[in-house]
Design a protein around this ligand. Structure first.
Ligand SMILES: Cc1cc2nc3c(=O)[nH]c(=O)nc-3n(C[C@H](O)[C@H](O)[C@H](O)COP(=O)(O)OP(=O)(O)OC[C@H]3O[C@@H](n4cnc5c(N)ncnc54)[C@H](O)[C@@H]3O)c2cc1C
Length: 424
């Protein structure tokens, strides 16, 4: 039986159930991409658009991982911008200004060009969970305006918060009209279909068991093999793949979402009058938005120890009701979780294990935009433009020279500290 997506609102509303064959026998390509999430599919599509012969090898289904389960918030910028600026100086600042909304541009262009139906809406807000968080939001907007690119950012003071959200617990907001939200699984499978249409050979239910670079780069599965000039590890793979430069820098942590039953129009309008994607300003944050059929998708409470809660609904419901008491009696139709790959230094890890083996992972929960940026950076590098990849390769990552279990315990302790700080 074909592997299925987990039971989520997204799987229930997927508009493309295309299945791809398993990898059997030996295939040759210019590039072999491992992983059929945004990282892998986005890279494959960027390469196919430039005429490369590409094979994608996915362990389960396209969009099976975080890419088909996330909050759908398309957020400008990438994680770890301060570290990028402090380590790379002016070159880093310039690159960040150039790529901040690059993933949005790529996504919007593909939605248009390949007619991908994925409920894209513009408008995203960060709401201040503490009065002091407004200082940071205002400083960010001023900084961006001073750099000449803050046109679509707006600061909303506490007395106007009713325009942004029907919740009483926030102290102001920053609204970003260039960011927004979408149905991530439909975007991912839509991009895969577009890639297949350009000749990309996609294989599902084909876990990669070995790969190598050197003179004859290859990827191997139980029944097949791909020989290619370059290998791309698209996204976080299991610990056996976390070798060389990747060792000890990234640790997967759980994040969870519930979807309410469809809300009456007036209730949906009362809690989210502008249909924005919303995230709060805490480090251990809540994030939520309305779906196209007016459900509230409420996510949060990352579990950094990497242990899933026994009942996601009961874990998230109290917090959802704390934010929106109006939803106390609303049924939760779906509950699911996924893994966010946290990099200790917060900067996505984009680089090479060997001259022809590329990696991209560690978006720290901000992957919708960043995976598409990373896909283009790696596609640029493979086609000869190394500038941005070089900059990411210059980032010095913090490494924990310990295994995954201990790493997650340390991360959990660190996050407990931030959680307490958020509460103060
Ligand atoms: C609950 C949740 C909410 C989130 N909310 C948001 C949000 O609102 N906004 C945002 O920007 N980001 C969000 N994120 C983060 C975002 O989803 C990720 O950063 C992004 O999807 C990462 O994409 P990826 O392709 O790198 O990884 P994935 O989507 O995980 O894809 C990796 C793929 O590789 C495959 N794979 C792994 N090992 C092998 C192997 N050995 N052989 C073959 N294939 C393999 C997996 O099956 C998987 O399909 C969220 C994440 C989660 C989990």
């Amino acid at each position: 039986m074909a592997a299925t997506h987990i039971n989520s609102y997204y799987a229930a509303t997927a508009n493309d159930g295309a299945c791809y064959p398993t990898l059997k026998g030996t295939h040759k390509a210019d590039v072999c991409v491992v992983g059929g999430g945004f990282s892998g599919i986005s890279t494959a599509l960027s390469l196919a658009e430039r005429g490369y012969q590409v094979v994608v090898v996915e362990a389960l289904r396209v969009g099976w991982g975080a890419s088909g389960r996330n909050g759908g918030q398309m957020i400008g910028g990438i994680s770890g911008e301060h570290r990028i600026e402090s380590q790379l100086g002016e070159a880093g600042r310039k690159m960040l200004a150039d790529i901040r909304y690059l993933g949005h541009d790529i996504i919007e262009d593909r939605i248009r060009r390949y007619q991908i139906s994925c409920d894209l809406k513009h408008g995203w807000a960060e709401v201040a969970a503490r009065p002091r968080h407004m200082d940071g939001l205002k400083a960010y907007v001023e900084e961006r305006r001073a750099a000449g690119d803050g046109d679509y950012l707006e600061v909303v003071e506490a007395d106007r918060m009713g325009e942004v959200i029907g919740a009483k617990i926030y102290h102001g907001a920053m609204v970003d009209r260039r960011s927004g939200h979408l149905h991530p699984l439909n975007l991912c499978v839509g991009e895969a279909r577009a890639a297949a249409g350009l000749g990309v050979r996609i294989f599902e239910e084909s876990p990669v068991t070995a790969f190598g670079g050197g003179a004859k780069p290859f990827v191997e599965t139980a029944e097949g093999r791909v020989e290619a000039a370059s290998i791309v590890l698209g996204g976080y793979m299991d610990p056996a793949f976390q070798r060389g430069l990747l060792h000890g820098i990234a640790f997967p942590t759980g994040s969870y979402i519930v979807a309410t039953e469809p809300l009456p129009e007036d209730l949906a309008k009362a809690i989210n009058p502008q249909d924005l994607a919303i995230a709060d300003s805490n480090v251990v944050l809540d994030y939520f938005r309305l779906s196209a059929d007016r459900r509230l998708l409420f996510g949060g409470r990352c579990n950094y120890s990497n242990r899933d809660p026994s009942d996601i609904r009961e874990t998230l419901r109290p917090r959802m009701v704390e934010v929106f008491p109006q939803l106390a009696d609303v049924a939760l139709d779906f509950a699911w979780g996924g893994k966010i790959d946290i990099v200790i230094s917060r900067v996505p890890a984009i680089g090479r294990l060997e001259p022809n083996v590329y990696f991209m992972q560690g978006y720290c929960g901000h992957g919708v935009n960043a995976t598409h940026i990373a896909g283009q950076i790696v596609a640029d590098a493979i086609s000869g433009t190394m500038e941005r990849l070089d900059l990411f390769e210059r980032i010095r990552h913090v490494r924990l020279p310990i295994g995954q279990f201990l790493g997650n315990q340390m991360l959990a302790l660190g996050m407990l500290y931030y959680r307490l700080r958020d509460l103060l």
